[in-house]
Ligand binder design. Structure first.
Ligand code: PLP
Length: 221
C-alpha cells in the first residue's frame, strides 16, 4: 500500500519502466564463485579493510569505471564524507545538492558541519537540473575573492553534489560546465549508478570524485 504522499513519484517511476509491478531497488544475486571466494576470504583472516580481495575489488572497480583509482570505503555515506572533506568543505559552508536524493547525501554534508542547499531536479532524468542550478547561482550567489558566496546567507558554496537517481544519469556535462564556470568543485553521488554511462564515460568521472556504491566504492576521476 503506497502512502498517498509518494503516489505521484511512484507512478512517475513506474511510467518510466512501463510497468505496474513492483520495481526492486536492489535485488541481490549470488552466483558463480561468490561463496567460494567468501570462504577463501574468511580462511585468509583478512575480513576487514585490507587484504587480497579489497585490492582486487579496488582494481576491478577502477578498470570497470575507467577511474584512475578506486578506494573502497565502509559505506557510501563515509565515501561521500571523505570526498567532501577532501574537496575542502568546512563547517558553516553550503553544499549544493538536489531536492530528490537519498538521505546519505545530506548526512555526509552535515557530518562536515555544512548545510545542504536543495536545487530542483529535471523531470526526465530525476537528476540535478542544470537550468535550475544556473538560475540559483545567478540569482543568489556572487564570486568574491575566489570564493562563491550565497548573498542571502553570506556562506561559502563549497561543492556541488548531483546524484544519478536510480541509475539514470543527470545532465552531468552541463552541470560540470556550470561548476567550472563558477569554480565550484563537483562530486558525483553515483551510488545508484554503477554501470551507467554518459556516452563512453562512466558516471562518477565528471568531477573531482565519484561515489559508486555496492556498499561502497570511492573512485577518483
Ligand atoms: C544516492 C545515495 N547516496 C549514497 C548512498 C550510500 O548509502 P550507504 O551509506 O547506506 O551506503 C546511497 C545508498 O543507497 C544512495 O542511494
Amino acid at each position: 500500500m503506497i502512502n498517498e504522499k509518494y503516489k505521484e513519484i511512484v507512478d512517475f517511476i513506474r511510467s518510466l519502466y512501463k510497468t505496474k509491478d513492483t520495481i526492486s531497488l536492489h535485488e541481490p544475486v549470488f552466483r558463480g564463485n561468490e561463496k567460494k571466494y567468501l570462504d577463501e576470504c574468511i580462511d585468509s583472516t583478512y575480513v576487514s579493510s585490507v587484504g587480497k580481495f579489497v585490492d582486487l575489488f579496488e582494481q576491478r572497480v577502477a578498470e570497470f569505471t575507467g577511474a584512475k583509482r578506486a578506494i573502497s570505503v565502509v559505506n557510501g555515506t563515509s565515501a561521500l564524507h571523505a570526498a567532501l572533506t577532501l574537496t575542502g568543505v568546512k563547517p558553516g559552508d553550503e553544499v549544493i545538492t538536489q531536492s530528490l536524493t537519498f538521505i546519505a547525501t545530506c548526512n555526509a554534508i552535515s557530518y562536515c558541519g555544512a548545510s545542504p542547499v536543495f536545487v530542483d531536479v529535471d523531470l526526465d532524468t530525476m537528476g540535478l537540473s542544470p537550468t535550475s542550478l544556473k538560475l540559483f547561482l545567478e540569482e543568489n550567489c556572487e564570486k568574491t575573492n575566489g570564493n562563491v558566496l550565497n548573498k542571502k546567507t553570506g556562506n561559502k558554496i563549497s561543492t556541488c553534489v548531483p546524484m544519478h537517481t536510480f541509475g539514470h544519469p543527470a545532465r552531468i556535462k552541463e552541470i560540470s560546465d556550470i561548476c567550472n564556470e563558477w569554480d565550484i568543485p563537483l562530486i558525483e553521488d553515483a551510488a545508484e549508478s554503477l554501470g551507467s554511462y554518459v556516452g563512453d564515460a562512466h558516471t562518477g568521472l565528471f568531477g573531482k570524485c565519484g561515489i559508486p556504491n555496492l556498499n561502497a566504492a570511492l573512485g577518483c576521476a
